[in-house]
Ligand binder design. Structure first.
Ligand code: SAH
Ligand code: SF4
Length: 354
């Protein structure tokens, strides 16, 4: 299944059969790979030294030849409702945000896929400084593992994953697929594909690849505008992939996977939240299994918009629902912490290098 190549040193990104090949190349029996995988992902081993079932010389050899480093906590913010925002540091000093969100069924985790983002959406904090680098599959999976470690103290664990943090996951496709396999593996975090949502700004060719991959994850498409003219003002990606290309691909995704496609629609006061836009949106997404999720905008100082007032949000929702389309308003969790994705990382950077 795994198609991407992985750096031979990057054990945190390896699937079990790659670990077996690595260990075999060192003259170590294959069964040690299963132990390595389990200790990394089930027990959260911080180093090879922690793998007590391994002989000392193997631990030393791997420490010398294939060192790894887990994510380190830089900052943690916990809101009254339990929403927890983690700022985590990778081995090169770059930082990512991961958010834990409480629900009636347990917790979901919002995972980042890149440091920064290249897509340049006009309302988003993540893209303000462009894309710095891709995250490896291991760095994505470790966000989930770290989240579980934090939640263990609350007697909780992660049961759903949204790849909706910083970055455009489909602009990091190979690592995304590898990440999905890693967290899905029953010997690691054991999260069902059906409990994973991947959010995209609409990279059409990669949406096709994902549909054809056979992994039944839910796709969320950040639409935010029902016409090309308006979408272009908000999302530069619409130049390459206008609605005439995007919408048929959403339909293809739904038909190929049998999964309902979620459309995310951010409400910006007097920009995209009028009655006309609500009708245009409903027309656009009707006719195949879809769901609309209205998102109240979290203000970002650098962007000039205002969030829609409550009455606009309700009016928008009821118009869409009148078309028979399922439409919800995203709960606003963790209001008192830096809620907009990308804000915590930016703010921390500003205090570090003003
Ligand atoms: N790059 C992907 C996934 C990360 S963004 C994508 O764009 O879909 C996840 C979601 O957060 C997207 O729907 C995005 O439009 C939305 N978002 C970005 N900035 C926001 C803000 N300031 N307030 C609320 N939602 C925001
Ligand atoms: Fe990137 Fe998504 Fe933010 Fe757009 S909304 S800049 S695609 S993270």
């Amino acid at each position: 299944m795994t198609t991407s190549r992985v750096e031979f040193g990057d054990v945190l990104s390896m699937v079990p059969k790659e670990m077996a090949a690595l260990l075999e190349s060192l003259g170590v029996p294959r069964f040690r790979a299963k132990q390595l995988f389990e200790w990394l992902w089930r027990h959260g081993a911080e180093s090879y030294e922690a793998i007590q079932v391994w002989p000392k010389d193997l631990r030393e050899k791997m420490t010398a030849r294939h060192p790894f480093q887990r994510l380190e906590l830089v900052q943690q913010q916990v809101a009254h409702d339990g929403t927890t925002k983690l700022l985590l540091q990778m081995k090169d000093g770059q930082r990512v945000e991961t958010v834990l969100l409480p629900h009636h069924y347990g917790y979901s985790v919002c995972v980042s896929s890149q440091v920064g983002c290249a897509m340049g959406c006009k309302f988003c904090a993540s893209g303000l400084k462009g894309r710095v680098r891709q995250l490896t599959a291991g760095e994505m999976a470790d966000q989930v593992a770290f989240g579980n470690q934090v939640l263990r103290e609350r007697g909780a664990k992660i049961s759903r994953i949204d790849v909706m943090g910083i970055g455009e996951p489909l602009d990091n496709y190979a690592n995304l697929i590898r990440f999905l396999e890693l967290v899905h593996d029953p010997e690691s975090l054991n999260i069902s594909y059906r409990h994973i949502t991947v959010s995209t700004s609409g990279l059409v060719p990669a949406m096709k690849q994902l549909a054809d991959s056979g992994l039944p994850v839910t796709l969320a498409v950040s639409l935010h505008a029902p016409t090309d003219a308006l979408r272009l003002k908000l999302m530069p990606v619409n130049r390459a992939y206008p609605l005439a290309k995007l919408m048929p691909m959403c339909r293809y995704y739904a038909e190929t996977t049998g999964r309902r496609v979620t459309f995310e629609y951010l409400l910006l006061n007097d920009i995209n939240d009028g009655e006309a836009e609500a009708r245009q949106l409903a027309e656009l997404v009707r006719g195949f299994p879809s769901h609309v999720n209205l998102i109240p905008w979290n203000p970002v100082d650098e962007h000039p918009f205002q969030p829609s007032p409550r009455d606009h949000v309700r009016r928008f929702q009821s118009i869409v629902q009148d078309y028979g389309i399922s439409c919800t308003i995203r709960r606003e969790l963790g209001q008192e912490i830096d809620a907009a994705c990308g804000q915590l990382r930016l703010r921390e950077e500003e205090t570090v290098s003003p």
